[in-house]
Write a protein that binds this ligand. Sequence first.
Ligand code: ATP
Length: 361
Amino acid sequence: MAQITLKNLAHSYLPNPQAEADFALKEMDHVWQDGGAYALLGSSGCGKTTLLNIISGIVRPSHGRVLFGARDVTDEETAARNIAQVFQFPVVYDTMTVRENLAFPLRNRGMDAAYIAARVAHIAQMIGMEDRLNRKARGLTADAKQKISLGRGMVREDVNAILFDEPLTVIDPHMKWELRTQLKQLHRQLGHTMIYVTHDQTEALTFADKVVVMYDGRVVQIGTPEELFETPAHTFVGYFIGSPGMNLMEATITGNRAHLNGCEVSLGASYAPVAGRSQIGIRPEYCSLTSGAGLPVTLRRVEDVGRHRIIRADLFGQAFNMIAPEGMAIGADMTRVVFAPDKINVFADDWRVAAQAGGAV
Ligand code: ATP
Protein backbone atom coordinates (compact mmCIF):
# COMPACT_ATOMS: atom_id res chain seq x y z
CA MET A 1 0.00 0.00 0.00
CA ALA A 2 1.19 3.49 -0.59
CA GLN A 3 0.45 7.13 -0.15
CA ILE A 4 0.11 8.73 -3.58
CA THR A 5 1.55 12.19 -4.18
CA LEU A 6 0.69 14.23 -7.25
CA LYS A 7 3.35 16.92 -7.42
CA ASN A 8 2.68 19.92 -9.69
CA LEU A 9 0.97 17.44 -11.95
CA ALA A 10 -0.53 18.60 -15.26
CA HIS A 11 -1.15 16.95 -18.58
CA SER A 12 -1.65 18.04 -22.15
CA TYR A 13 -2.15 15.62 -25.03
CA LEU A 14 -0.77 18.32 -27.37
CA PRO A 15 2.96 18.40 -28.17
CA ASN A 16 3.35 22.11 -27.49
CA PRO A 17 0.62 23.36 -25.12
CA GLN A 18 0.29 27.14 -24.83
CA ALA A 19 -2.94 28.14 -23.12
CA GLU A 20 -4.67 26.62 -20.10
CA ALA A 21 -7.34 25.22 -22.42
CA ASP A 22 -4.67 23.01 -24.02
CA PHE A 23 -4.40 20.98 -20.80
CA ALA A 24 -6.68 17.98 -20.19
CA LEU A 25 -5.46 18.20 -16.57
CA LYS A 26 -4.66 21.60 -15.06
CA GLU A 27 -1.86 21.76 -12.51
CA MET A 28 -2.65 19.99 -9.23
CA ASP A 29 -0.79 19.24 -6.03
CA HIS A 30 -2.32 16.59 -3.81
CA VAL A 31 -1.39 13.87 -1.34
CA TRP A 32 -3.77 10.90 -1.18
CA GLN A 33 -3.45 8.99 2.06
CA ASP A 34 -2.17 5.44 2.31
CA GLY A 35 -5.17 3.14 2.73
CA GLY A 36 -7.72 5.77 1.69
CA ALA A 37 -10.80 4.97 -0.42
CA TYR A 38 -11.04 7.73 -3.02
CA ALA A 39 -13.60 8.24 -5.75
CA LEU A 40 -12.80 10.41 -8.77
CA LEU A 41 -16.12 11.97 -9.68
CA GLY A 42 -17.04 14.29 -12.53
CA SER A 43 -18.91 14.53 -15.79
CA SER A 44 -17.68 13.13 -19.07
CA GLY A 45 -14.46 14.69 -20.38
CA CYS A 46 -13.36 16.32 -17.12
CA GLY A 47 -10.12 14.31 -16.98
CA LYS A 48 -10.87 11.39 -14.63
CA THR A 49 -9.49 8.68 -16.90
CA THR A 50 -6.46 10.79 -17.78
CA LEU A 51 -5.63 11.15 -14.09
CA LEU A 52 -6.19 7.45 -13.39
CA ASN A 53 -4.02 6.50 -16.37
CA ILE A 54 -1.24 8.77 -15.10
CA ILE A 55 -1.37 7.06 -11.71
CA SER A 56 -1.31 3.61 -13.29
CA GLY A 57 1.47 4.54 -15.74
CA ILE A 58 -0.57 4.09 -18.93
CA VAL A 59 -0.09 7.82 -19.65
CA ARG A 60 3.12 9.70 -18.83
CA PRO A 61 2.28 13.20 -17.55
CA SER A 62 3.59 16.10 -19.62
CA HIS A 63 4.31 18.04 -16.40
CA GLY A 64 5.00 17.15 -12.76
CA ARG A 65 5.68 13.96 -10.84
CA VAL A 66 3.82 11.01 -9.32
CA LEU A 67 5.15 9.44 -6.11
CA PHE A 68 4.13 6.18 -4.41
CA GLY A 69 5.30 6.69 -0.84
CA ALA A 70 8.76 8.27 -1.22
CA ARG A 71 9.41 6.59 -4.59
CA ASP A 72 9.11 8.66 -7.75
CA VAL A 73 7.28 6.40 -10.22
CA THR A 74 6.69 8.98 -12.99
CA ASP A 75 9.03 7.20 -15.40
CA GLU A 76 8.08 3.65 -14.37
CA GLU A 77 6.02 1.34 -16.55
CA THR A 78 2.65 0.12 -15.29
CA ALA A 79 4.06 -3.35 -14.54
CA ALA A 80 6.72 -1.92 -12.22
CA ARG A 81 4.21 0.06 -10.15
CA ASN A 82 2.68 -2.95 -8.42
CA ILE A 83 -0.94 -1.94 -8.78
CA ALA A 84 -4.14 -3.81 -9.60
CA GLN A 85 -6.62 -2.43 -12.09
CA VAL A 86 -10.25 -3.15 -12.85
CA PHE A 87 -11.60 -1.73 -16.09
CA GLN A 88 -15.08 -0.88 -17.35
CA PHE A 89 -15.37 -4.16 -19.26
CA PRO A 90 -14.40 -7.62 -18.02
CA VAL A 91 -10.84 -8.82 -18.56
CA VAL A 92 -10.97 -12.60 -17.99
CA TYR A 93 -9.50 -15.67 -19.60
CA ASP A 94 -12.43 -17.51 -21.19
CA THR A 95 -10.68 -20.87 -21.31
CA MET A 96 -9.84 -20.82 -17.60
CA THR A 97 -12.21 -21.67 -14.77
CA VAL A 98 -13.37 -19.00 -12.35
CA ARG A 99 -10.92 -20.44 -9.79
CA GLU A 100 -7.99 -20.25 -12.23
CA ASN A 101 -8.90 -16.70 -13.20
CA LEU A 102 -8.95 -15.59 -9.58
CA ALA A 103 -5.71 -17.43 -8.80
CA PHE A 104 -3.88 -16.06 -11.85
CA PRO A 105 -2.37 -12.88 -10.32
CA LEU A 106 -1.12 -14.92 -7.32
CA ARG A 107 0.32 -17.80 -9.40
CA ASN A 108 2.06 -15.22 -11.54
CA ARG A 109 3.91 -14.01 -8.47
CA GLY A 110 4.81 -17.48 -7.30
CA MET A 111 2.68 -17.59 -4.14
CA ASP A 112 2.34 -21.00 -2.50
CA ALA A 113 -0.62 -23.24 -3.25
CA ALA A 114 -2.18 -23.21 0.23
CA TYR A 115 -2.15 -19.40 0.36
CA ILE A 116 -3.65 -19.21 -3.13
CA ALA A 117 -6.44 -21.65 -2.25
CA ALA A 118 -7.37 -19.74 0.89
CA ARG A 119 -7.23 -16.38 -0.80
CA VAL A 120 -9.30 -17.51 -3.80
CA ALA A 121 -11.91 -18.99 -1.47
CA HIS A 122 -12.14 -15.73 0.46
CA ILE A 123 -12.48 -13.54 -2.64
CA ALA A 124 -14.94 -15.95 -4.29
CA GLN A 125 -17.13 -15.63 -1.25
CA MET A 126 -16.90 -11.81 -1.32
CA ILE A 127 -18.05 -11.67 -4.95
CA GLY A 128 -20.63 -14.43 -4.48
CA MET A 129 -19.09 -16.94 -6.91
CA GLU A 130 -18.19 -19.84 -4.59
CA ASP A 131 -20.66 -22.10 -6.36
CA ARG A 132 -19.15 -21.47 -9.78
CA LEU A 133 -15.43 -21.85 -9.06
CA ASN A 134 -15.04 -24.85 -11.36
CA ARG A 135 -17.01 -23.35 -14.25
CA LYS A 136 -15.15 -22.07 -17.30
CA ALA A 137 -15.45 -18.29 -17.67
CA ARG A 138 -16.69 -18.78 -21.23
CA GLY A 139 -20.46 -18.78 -21.23
CA LEU A 140 -20.83 -16.74 -18.06
CA THR A 141 -22.84 -13.51 -18.28
CA ALA A 142 -21.05 -10.14 -18.66
CA ASP A 143 -22.14 -9.47 -15.10
CA ALA A 144 -20.47 -12.59 -13.72
CA LYS A 145 -17.33 -11.97 -15.77
CA GLN A 146 -17.03 -8.47 -14.37
CA LYS A 147 -17.33 -9.90 -10.87
CA ILE A 148 -14.36 -12.13 -11.69
CA SER A 149 -12.45 -9.03 -12.87
CA LEU A 150 -13.26 -7.31 -9.58
CA GLY A 151 -12.11 -10.41 -7.70
CA ARG A 152 -8.85 -10.54 -9.63
CA GLY A 153 -8.28 -6.88 -8.89
CA MET A 154 -8.60 -7.52 -5.18
CA VAL A 155 -6.96 -10.91 -4.78
CA ARG A 156 -3.42 -9.63 -4.20
CA GLU A 157 -2.71 -8.23 -0.76
CA ASP A 158 0.68 -6.72 -1.62
CA VAL A 159 -0.36 -4.07 -4.16
CA ASN A 160 0.37 -0.34 -3.79
CA ALA A 161 -3.14 0.57 -4.89
CA ILE A 162 -6.23 -0.81 -6.62
CA LEU A 163 -7.60 1.35 -9.43
CA PHE A 164 -11.18 0.97 -10.65
CA ASP A 165 -12.36 2.67 -13.86
CA GLU A 166 -16.18 2.73 -13.87
CA PRO A 167 -16.19 -0.97 -12.93
CA LEU A 168 -19.95 -1.36 -12.50
CA THR A 169 -21.02 -0.13 -15.95
CA VAL A 170 -21.96 -3.64 -17.18
CA ILE A 171 -23.43 -4.82 -13.87
CA ASP A 172 -27.22 -4.89 -13.56
CA PRO A 173 -28.75 -2.26 -11.24
CA HIS A 174 -29.62 -4.63 -8.38
CA MET A 175 -26.19 -6.22 -8.35
CA LYS A 176 -24.56 -2.78 -8.60
CA TRP A 177 -25.88 -1.82 -5.21
CA GLU A 178 -24.68 -5.07 -3.68
CA LEU A 179 -21.20 -4.89 -5.20
CA ARG A 180 -20.77 -1.25 -4.23
CA THR A 181 -21.49 -2.16 -0.64
CA GLN A 182 -19.17 -5.19 -0.82
CA LEU A 183 -16.34 -3.08 -2.23
CA LYS A 184 -16.69 -0.73 0.70
CA GLN A 185 -16.56 -3.65 3.15
CA LEU A 186 -13.57 -5.06 1.36
CA HIS A 187 -11.79 -1.78 1.67
CA ARG A 188 -12.41 -1.82 5.40
CA GLN A 189 -11.07 -5.38 5.68
CA LEU A 190 -8.05 -5.04 3.41
CA GLY A 191 -7.13 -1.40 3.96
CA HIS A 192 -5.76 -0.93 0.43
CA THR A 193 -5.43 2.47 -1.17
CA MET A 194 -8.33 2.41 -3.64
CA ILE A 195 -9.18 4.87 -6.40
CA TYR A 196 -12.52 4.52 -8.07
CA VAL A 197 -13.49 6.50 -11.17
CA THR A 198 -17.15 7.19 -11.78
CA HIS A 199 -19.54 9.83 -13.07
CA ASP A 200 -22.27 8.47 -10.76
CA GLN A 201 -22.51 10.38 -7.50
CA THR A 202 -24.31 7.55 -5.69
CA GLU A 203 -21.45 5.18 -6.49
CA ALA A 204 -18.88 7.73 -5.41
CA LEU A 205 -20.63 8.66 -2.18
CA THR A 206 -21.29 5.03 -1.17
CA PHE A 207 -17.79 3.83 -1.88
CA ALA A 208 -15.43 6.61 -0.88
CA ASP A 209 -14.19 8.12 2.37
CA LYS A 210 -12.99 11.02 0.26
CA VAL A 211 -14.55 12.09 -3.02
CA VAL A 212 -12.30 13.92 -5.47
CA VAL A 213 -14.58 16.08 -7.60
CA MET A 214 -13.19 17.06 -10.99
CA TYR A 215 -14.47 19.74 -13.30
CA ASP A 216 -12.89 20.87 -16.55
CA GLY A 217 -9.50 19.25 -15.86
CA ARG A 218 -9.31 20.52 -12.31
CA VAL A 219 -9.78 18.94 -8.90
CA VAL A 220 -12.29 21.37 -7.43
CA GLN A 221 -12.75 19.64 -4.07
CA ILE A 222 -11.54 16.63 -2.11
CA GLY A 223 -13.95 16.02 0.70
CA THR A 224 -16.14 13.64 2.63
CA PRO A 225 -19.65 13.17 1.27
CA GLU A 226 -20.87 15.44 4.08
CA GLU A 227 -18.40 18.22 3.21
CA LEU A 228 -19.44 18.10 -0.44
CA PHE A 229 -23.05 18.38 0.59
CA GLU A 230 -22.79 21.04 3.28
CA THR A 231 -19.86 23.18 2.12
CA PRO A 232 -19.20 22.69 -1.59
CA ALA A 233 -15.95 24.43 -2.54
CA HIS A 234 -17.24 25.29 -6.03
CA THR A 235 -20.68 25.88 -7.54
CA PHE A 236 -20.10 22.80 -9.73
CA VAL A 237 -19.92 20.62 -6.60
CA GLY A 238 -23.07 22.36 -5.36
CA TYR A 239 -25.22 21.42 -8.33
CA PHE A 240 -23.50 18.16 -9.31
CA ILE A 241 -23.90 16.60 -5.85
CA GLY A 242 -27.42 16.16 -4.54
CA SER A 243 -30.67 15.26 -6.18
CA PRO A 244 -31.72 17.80 -7.18
CA GLY A 245 -28.54 19.85 -6.78
CA MET A 246 -28.03 23.12 -4.95
CA ASN A 247 -30.06 26.18 -5.98
CA LEU A 248 -27.70 28.99 -7.01
CA MET A 249 -28.73 32.64 -7.26
CA GLU A 250 -26.87 35.83 -8.06
CA ALA A 251 -26.90 38.12 -5.02
CA THR A 252 -25.11 41.07 -3.49
CA ILE A 253 -23.57 40.38 -0.08
CA THR A 254 -23.27 43.01 2.63
CA GLY A 255 -22.17 41.71 6.02
CA ASN A 256 -24.68 39.11 7.10
CA ARG A 257 -27.27 39.91 4.43
CA ALA A 258 -27.74 38.84 0.84
CA HIS A 259 -29.76 41.00 -1.55
CA LEU A 260 -31.49 39.48 -4.55
CA ASN A 261 -34.12 41.09 -6.75
CA GLY A 262 -34.86 43.77 -4.17
CA CYS A 263 -35.37 41.20 -1.39
CA GLU A 264 -33.16 40.62 1.61
CA VAL A 265 -32.09 37.23 2.97
CA SER A 266 -30.37 36.69 6.34
CA LEU A 267 -27.15 34.71 6.25
CA GLY A 268 -25.95 32.58 9.14
CA ALA A 269 -22.70 34.57 9.37
CA SER A 270 -21.00 37.77 8.24
CA TYR A 271 -18.87 38.08 5.13
CA ALA A 272 -16.11 40.49 4.14
CA PRO A 273 -16.90 42.39 0.92
CA VAL A 274 -17.10 39.78 -1.85
CA ALA A 275 -15.04 40.44 -4.97
CA GLY A 276 -16.23 39.19 -8.36
CA ARG A 277 -19.59 37.66 -9.29
CA SER A 278 -21.32 36.76 -6.07
CA GLN A 279 -23.91 34.02 -5.66
CA ILE A 280 -25.67 32.34 -2.81
CA GLY A 281 -26.43 28.63 -2.80
CA ILE A 282 -29.06 26.73 -0.84
CA ARG A 283 -29.84 23.03 -1.03
CA PRO A 284 -33.48 22.01 -1.71
CA GLU A 285 -33.41 20.15 1.64
CA TYR A 286 -32.92 23.44 3.51
CA CYS A 287 -35.80 25.39 1.93
CA SER A 288 -39.25 25.60 3.50
CA LEU A 289 -42.39 26.44 1.63
CA THR A 290 -44.66 28.69 3.68
CA SER A 291 -47.69 30.94 3.58
CA GLY A 292 -45.89 33.47 5.81
CA ALA A 293 -43.01 35.82 5.05
CA GLY A 294 -40.34 34.76 2.55
CA LEU A 295 -39.27 35.05 -1.08
CA PRO A 296 -42.07 34.71 -3.67
CA VAL A 297 -42.09 31.38 -5.55
CA THR A 298 -44.33 30.04 -8.30
CA LEU A 299 -44.97 26.31 -8.01
CA ARG A 300 -44.67 24.31 -11.24
CA ARG A 301 -45.10 20.70 -10.17
CA VAL A 302 -44.62 18.28 -7.30
CA GLU A 303 -42.81 14.96 -7.78
CA ASP A 304 -43.34 12.17 -5.30
CA VAL A 305 -40.10 10.22 -5.06
CA GLY A 306 -40.99 7.96 -2.14
CA ARG A 307 -39.45 9.21 1.06
CA HIS A 308 -40.05 12.86 0.20
CA ARG A 309 -41.40 15.14 -2.49
CA ILE A 310 -39.51 17.43 -4.85
CA ILE A 311 -41.22 20.73 -5.49
CA ARG A 312 -40.25 22.27 -8.82
CA ALA A 313 -40.81 26.03 -8.80
CA ASP A 314 -39.64 29.38 -10.17
CA LEU A 315 -37.91 32.02 -8.11
CA PHE A 316 -37.36 35.39 -9.80
CA GLY A 317 -37.78 33.71 -13.20
CA GLN A 318 -35.26 30.96 -12.51
CA ALA A 319 -35.88 27.25 -11.86
CA PHE A 320 -35.81 26.53 -8.14
CA ASN A 321 -36.21 23.22 -6.27
CA MET A 322 -37.37 22.42 -2.76
CA ILE A 323 -37.75 19.16 -0.87
CA ALA A 324 -40.81 18.67 1.28
CA PRO A 325 -41.49 15.84 3.73
CA GLU A 326 -43.83 13.10 2.51
CA GLY A 327 -46.85 14.02 4.66
CA MET A 328 -46.72 17.83 4.33
CA ALA A 329 -49.86 19.43 2.89
CA ILE A 330 -49.08 21.96 0.18
CA GLY A 331 -51.78 24.63 0.28
CA ALA A 332 -52.56 27.08 -2.51
CA ASP A 333 -51.56 29.93 -0.21
CA MET A 334 -48.01 28.57 0.19
CA THR A 335 -46.26 30.88 -2.22
CA ARG A 336 -43.20 31.87 -0.23
CA VAL A 337 -39.91 30.16 0.50
CA VAL A 338 -37.62 30.53 3.50
CA PHE A 339 -33.96 29.44 3.58
CA ALA A 340 -32.28 28.04 6.71
CA PRO A 341 -29.74 30.89 7.23
CA ASP A 342 -26.87 28.73 8.50
CA LYS A 343 -27.19 26.45 5.44
CA ILE A 344 -26.61 29.20 2.89
CA ASN A 345 -23.25 29.13 1.11
CA VAL A 346 -21.71 32.22 -0.50
CA PHE A 347 -19.66 31.98 -3.72
CA ALA A 348 -17.44 34.50 -5.50
CA ASP A 349 -16.67 33.71 -9.14
CA ASP A 350 -17.93 30.16 -8.44
CA TRP A 351 -15.61 29.47 -5.48
CA ARG A 352 -16.98 29.23 -1.95
CA VAL A 353 -16.19 32.12 0.36
CA ALA A 354 -15.55 31.45 4.04
CA ALA A 355 -17.53 33.50 6.55
CA GLN A 356 -15.69 35.87 8.84
CA ALA A 357 -14.48 34.27 12.05
CA GLY A 358 -16.90 34.83 14.91
CA GLY A 359 -19.40 36.16 12.41
CA ALA A 360 -22.29 33.92 13.42
CA VAL A 361 -25.49 35.84 14.09
P1 ATP B 1 -15.23 10.01 -19.60
O1 ATP B 1 -16.05 9.88 -18.37
O2 ATP B 1 -16.02 10.37 -20.83
O3 ATP B 1 -14.28 8.85 -19.83
P2 ATP B 1 -13.10 11.55 -18.39
O4 ATP B 1 -13.52 12.45 -17.29
O5 ATP B 1 -12.48 10.25 -18.04
O6 ATP B 1 -14.31 11.33 -19.39
P3 ATP B 1 -10.79 11.97 -20.05
O7 ATP B 1 -11.07 10.74 -20.86
O8 ATP B 1 -9.66 11.93 -19.12
O9 ATP B 1 -12.08 12.41 -19.28
O10 ATP B 1 -10.61 13.17 -21.07
C1 ATP B 1 -10.22 14.48 -20.68
C2 ATP B 1 -9.95 15.33 -21.92
O11 ATP B 1 -8.81 14.83 -22.61
C3 ATP B 1 -11.09 15.31 -22.94
O12 ATP B 1 -11.19 16.59 -23.52
C4 ATP B 1 -10.63 14.29 -23.96
O13 ATP B 1 -11.15 14.59 -25.23
C5 ATP B 1 -9.12 14.48 -23.94
N1 ATP B 1 -8.40 13.22 -24.25
C6 ATP B 1 -8.50 12.05 -23.58
N2 ATP B 1 -7.68 11.11 -24.09
C7 ATP B 1 -7.03 11.71 -25.12
C8 ATP B 1 -6.03 11.27 -26.06
N3 ATP B 1 -5.54 10.05 -26.03
N4 ATP B 1 -5.61 12.18 -26.96
C9 ATP B 1 -6.09 13.44 -26.99
N5 ATP B 1 -7.03 13.91 -26.14
C10 ATP B 1 -7.49 13.06 -25.22
